[in-house]
Design a binder for this molecule. Structure first.
Ligand SMILES: Cc1cc2nc3c(=O)[nH]c(=O)nc-3n(C[C@H](O)[C@H](O)[C@H](O)COP(=O)(O)OP(=O)(O)OC[C@H]3O[C@@H](n4cnc5c(N)ncnc54)[C@H](O)[C@@H]3O)c2cc1C
Length: 460
């Protein structure tokens, strides 16, 4: 089908304004938050309902045209970057709250609904949606489902897969299926679990049923300052090893602290500070002080030099805005950066962070570390200057070497950002050919013509 005819048929489904074919307009769809990989799609189409998504997919499937679902485009593994003339299906118009069912602690939203808005819709009644990626004001719940997003407070409450109970999905041939629902345990195969983290390669999520949690009665936020990242990591291992489960345990190293302190979100860390551990505890107000004291005792044993407690909600929010703004703040260190996303057993934090430092030295690159320490989810921000020839390649190679170290330490190559294009080659380090063949067999059963976000995740 030629481009003009395709555009006309797509417009007949979604309306004149919602099919983009102009090359300037399509530039907005050429990449996600990882700007290294870029390519414009053949067209972008913006449906407004599950029915329109299904009709668009059926049109494309009947003509053998592949498609890419896109949420807010904040992904960090280039999962929305076209490989070969795919049509982008953007979910941004599907941003309605369908149902707030507080009696059952559930919300049903369209896939383009931003994560944070779920909490905003429920908070007056004392509820919230727990998974909190730092991108939560913008990233869509559909994108969160596709990447199995995590966040600072997922240590205690679990990641996206632990909070998604039901999905409406348009399959790669355009059928509409409903998986799971409002109850905790759906019968049959766990297809909700399969869809979560599938990066748009098994179909398009159009509606999501999530679990809402009661907001804890109280919070305490403290920070512990350390003279070395190893001491901060030891404190994290000590806290969890002692059987405590804080709401969040987040570490920033010296470079990350420099980055955030150079921006508008600064909180006033001492100059030259080597590491900070940000700690949230939550629960019944009565027990919080004792919890904090027990945690700080372990921090002191690990060598912490100073402790600060947030004096009020405003300060707490400021500290968290500082931490959650750390990726963006890497722009204060270098013109470009690429963020990696390895996971390791917590007890290996010190060992693998040493490797991160060695890799940075080997390639002459500044690497800032900001990470979900409690989960062992590392986020080395590898800084480089794309204007220097060879610099981008070095940053990517450095990232792969760090991921290989994570695998050697018994970890994995993605904690929450997915594989996309960026980490496809690293799949061969993490999985055997047989492991990959089993995953591909599942893929091929559901998308035999490889129409849903092709050329992602699997290196072959
Ligand atoms: C500053 C910053 C901070 C971040 N912090 C975190 C963090 O703390 N934790 C974390 O987990 N991630 C984080 N991310 C990464 C990113 O925000 C998440 O991966 C998020 O889940 C992506 O959502 P999105 O709507 O932007 O998806 P997109 O980028 O649009 O798409 C991501 C992938 O999901 C697929 N997809 C999107 N929508 C659908 C759908 N409806 N159905 C099927 N497939 C779909 C796409 O095809 C693509 O493969 C951060 C990103 C940035 C830029």
């Amino acid at each position: 089908m030629d481009d003009n005819r395709l555009a006309a048929e797509l417009r007949a489904i979604v309306g004149e304004r919602f099919v983009l074919t102009d090359s300037a307009e399509l530039r907005a769809y050429e990449c996600d938050g990882n700007t290294i990989f870029r390519r414009t799609p053949r067209a972008a189409v913006l449906p407004a309902s599950t029915d329109q998504v299904a009709r668009v997919v059926r049109l494309l499937a009947s003509n053998g045209i592949a498609f890419i679902p896109r949420g807010a485009g904040t992904g960090l593994s280039s999962g929305v970057v076209p490989q070969n003339g795919e049509v982008m299906i953007g979910l941004s118009r599907m941003n309605r709250l369908i149902e707030l069912d507080l009696r059952n602690h559930r919300a049903v939203v369209e896939a383009g609904f931003p994560n944070l808005k779920i909490t905003q819709a429920a908070q007056d009644a004392g509820f919230y949606y727990a998974p909190d990626p730092s991108s939560q004001p913008v990233s869509s719940i559909g994108g969160n489902v596709a990447e199995n997003a995590g966040g600072a407070h997922c240590l205690k409450y679990g990641v996206t897969t632990n909070h998604v109970l039901g999905l409406t999905v348009v399959t790669p041939d355009g059928a509409v299926v409903r998986l799971g629902g409002k109850s905790l345990d759906a019968t049959g195969y766990d297809l909700v679990g399969l869809m979560v983290g599938s990066e748009g390669t098994l179909g398009i999520v159009t509606e999501v049923t999530v679990r809402l949690l009661r907001r804890p009665q109280g919070f305490k936020t403290v920070m512990a300052l350390f003279d070395s990242i190893a001491q901060a990591s030891d404190a994290v291992t000590g806290v969890i090893g002692a059987g405590m489960l804080p709401g969040a345990l987040e570490i920033m190293d010296k470079q990350a602290i420099i980055a955030v302190e150079r921006g508008p979100l600064r909180v006033g860390y001492p100059e030259g500070q080597e590491a900070v551990l940000l700690i949230d505890v939550d629960g019944l107000s009565a027990g919080l002080d004792a919890q904090v004291e027990a945690i700080l005792r372990i921090c002191r044993e690990a060598g912490c030099t100073e402790v600060r407690a947030a004096r009020n909600l405003e300060e707490r929010l400021k500290w968290w805005a500082n931490r959650k703004g750390a990726f963006g703040a890497a722009g204060n260190l270098a013109p470009n950066y690429v963020v990696q996303d390895g996971v390791i057993p917590r007890s290996k934090l010190t060992e693998v962070l040493a490797v991160v430092g060695e890799v940075g030295e080997k390639y002459g690159l500044t690497i800032a570390n900001v990470f979900h320490a409690g989960d062992g989810n590392l986020h080395p921000l590898i800084c480089y200057d794309a204007r220097v020839p060879g610099s981008t390649g070095k940053a990517l190679t450095a990232g792969s070497e760090i991921l290989a170290a994570c695998v050697r330490a018994g970890g994995a190559i993605s904690g929450e950002h997915g594989i996309g294009i960026e980490k496809m080659a690293d799949m061969l380090v993490a999985f055997s050919p047989d492991d990959i063949a089993v995953q591909l067999a599942v893929h091929d059963a559901l998308d035999p013509r490889d129409l849903a976000n092709p050329g992602k995740i699997f290196p072959c």
